[in-house]
Write a protein that binds this ligand. Structure first.
Ligand code: FAD
Ligand code: EPU
Length: 289
């Protein structure tokens, strides 16, 4: 389809931790392009900020939303917005739009509801698919409509159609969030900024290096980072991957790490922590394939 580009490339370039072997990447710019791309086994990648991909890559084509599907039309929809009550429903925001840049624009407009997700280096689609968030707020706080693409076609749904919850949209794997409309509340740039700064303060202790974010979910609500810290595992290193000295739940790539290095550290942590817990220790990242 028009605007689709297919290239074999290392997925390491498309993940925040910078590991992962090759795949056929489909850069897709239109709904027609998506329809074509889903006719054979596929995966959808966002900003790759929650992925550890094996050094051998993946056999399926990997779809990456590009062009118009990675841009946001923030013009309020006149039929859906309600200015008297400060309700703004936006035009279509592409699933490939980088979340951090989007949040900066919303702050400048003084539009509230999503500032709790500040600091999450995702794309909109990836953040929606897993309802990314922090204790200050999550993606579903600001969603009006979701456009979903599957091999069966395109459909529009609302959050009420989903049984969404903590870090979970309820959307099945490979249901592509192609675009969304956001639902925002008129506030002021100063107030939105103040809430963003407050939420961002909670990230002060996180490492600034290449990483796929937190490795494990907090078991029973207890900080996995704190448990890893208490087990004396901070600073442990395999190859070029290290458990961050700043925060135990982050594995960082010192430069040239392989997926095997990262997976080795995950096994080390699990082996040390899991036997002492009475709840399961669940991985937060996704491992491909
Ligand atoms: P990817 O990592 O590319 O993909 C993750 C999953 O989403 C895959 O299953 C993929 O198939 C699917 N997916 C991607 N795009 C789409 C789409 N358009 N439609 C359907 N499915 C899609 N997460 C939090 O929740 N809170 C945090 O505070 C947080 N802090 C982080 C800090 C750092 C430094 C890093 C590196 C990560 C952090 N994360 C956090 C993890 C990560 O950013 C989130 O999990 C985010 O939702 C992943 O989005 P992504 O676009 O990078 O998706
Ligand atoms: N702590 C330690 N040592 C460590 C790490 C943490 O003692 O090595 C202590 C801290 O001092 C603090 C407590 O543990 O008293 C909690 O730490 P933090 O505030 O960092 O919160 P967290 O539960 O470890 C969660 C999310 C992060 C999110 C932060 C801030 C999970 C698994 N992690 O971390 O999300 O950024 O809160 O909101 O839910 C992610 O999901 O990828 C992620 C990074």
């Amino acid at each position: 389809a028009l605007g689709t580009r297919v290239e074999r490339q290392p997925l390491a370039r498309y993940t925040t931790v910078g590991v992962g072997g090759e795949a056929e990447i489909w850069f897709v710019e239109t709904l027609d392009g998506l329809h074509e791309a889903v006719q054979a086994p596929y995966r959808i990648i966002g900003a790759g900020s929650n992925l550890v991909i094996h050094d051998s890559g993946v056999p399926e084509r990997v779809i990456r939303l590009s062009g118009p599907l990675a841009k946001a039309d923030l013009t309020p929809d006149p039929g859906l917005s309600d200015p008297v009550n400060g309700l703004i429903v936006t035009g279509w925001v592409g699933g490939g739009t980088p979340l951090p840049g989007l949040l900066r624009k919303l702050q400048a407009l003084g539009w509230s509801n999503l500032e709790g997700t500040v600091g999450i280096p995702a794309q909109v689609g990836g953040a929606v698919w897993m309802n990314a968030g922090t204790r200050f707020g999550e993606m579903f706080d600001g969603l009006h409509t979701l456009e979903i693409v599957t091999p069966q076609g395109v459909r529009h749904i609302t959050p009420d159609d989903l049984n969404w919850g903590y870090r979970n949209s309820d959307l099945p794997r490979n249901h592509i969030v192609s675009r969304v409309r956001l639902k925002l509340q008129q506030s002021t740039p100063e107030e939105v900024q103040a809430r963003m700064t407050h939420a961002d303060d909670a990230r002060k202790g996180q490492p600034k290096m290449k990483t796929p974010g937190c490795a494990f979910k907090n078991p029973g609500g207890v900080s996995a980072g704190m448990l890893i810290d208490r087990a004396g595992l901070k600073g442990e290193q395999i190859g070029q991957a290290r458990i961050a000295p700043e925060h135990g739940n982050f594995i960082v790539n010192l430069g040239g790490a392989t997926a095997a290095d990262v997976l080795g550290l995950l096994r080390l942590i699990r082996g040390r922590l899991a036997p002492a817990l009475d709840v399961p220790l669940e991985l937060e990242y996704e491992i491909w394939p």
